[in-house]
Ligand binder design. Structure first.
Ligand SMILES: Cc1cn([C@H]2C[C@H](O)[C@@H](COP(=O)(O)OP(=O)(O)OP(=O)(O)O)O2)c(=O)[nH]c1=O
Length: 198
């Protein structure tokens, strides 16, 4: 039985949702719909919430267009926030190295916003906020991490669950939230559509 759709291309989100044993199908949104520009004057906090909401709404539209069975749609967005700047996924090695250089030795924030489109048309939302303390990174650290190939599909150019775990002195908040799908908040949100866990 499939309970929900996960509107996400992220392998981490699929893996984390599987840990929760929630039956789901992955709904891949068209690549051209995946552009996520920040609006002028929009705060990082508002940006991440709006982006998750739009992914869920696009999921609902996709179901309709493809004539798929109607089920609740879960979507998420993760951003790394440094001051007023949002660090998204790096386009190339230079951008990845620049992001990691900026994050070196900082305490920064990782926000993951969740949006769940229910069958009655309502949208349920939540946000997980985590502070991450990075140790100072040398040019060699950054070069070797870029060589690992890990930065490229991840917000802020790092994955806490991989090699970059060695850069993280401490976190306050949700480890699974940093990885892309905060399990505590996700379980709480799923209650709204009648899914109770475990
Ligand atoms: C900070 C951090 C991010 N990430 C990943 C999670 C997300 O996949 C990605 C942030 O980009 P997102 O735009 O949130 O997600 P996505 O494009 O990968 O997937 P989709 O929009 O289809 O759901 O960064 C990690 O895996 N580990 C980390 O430590």
């Amino acid at each position: 039985m499939t309970a929900i759709y996960l509107a996400s291309r992220s392998p981490r989100r699929r893996e984390l949702l599987s840990h929760m044993r929630v039956p789901h199908d992955v709904l891949v949104l068209a690549a051209t719909e995946d552009d996520e520009p920040r609006l002028p004057g929009e705060s990082p906090a508002d940006y991440v919430v709006r982006t998750a909401r739009e992914k869920a709404q696009r999921g609902v539209v996709t179901i309709r267009k493809r004539g798929l069975a109607v089920r609740p749609v879960l979507a998420a967005d993760t951003t790394v926030i440094l001051g007023d700047d949002v660090l998204g996924k790096p386009a190339d090695r230079d951008e990845a190295a620049a992001m990691l250089g900026r994050l070196s030795g900082t305490r920064h924030e990782v926000r993951t916003a969740l949006a769940l489109a229910a069958l009655d048309g309502r949208l349920h939302e939540d946000v997980s906020i985590t502070t991450v303390q990075f140790r100072p990174l040398s040019a060699r650290d950054i070069a070797r991490y870029c060589d690992s190939g890990e930065p490229y599909d991840k917000a802020g150019a790092y994955g806490i669950q991989g090699l970059a775990g060695i850069f993280v002195e401490r976190i306050e908040g949700s480890y699974t939230g940093v990885m892309g799908l905060p399990l505590f908040e996700t379980a709480r949100l799923l209650n709204h559509v009648g899914i109770t866990l475990p």
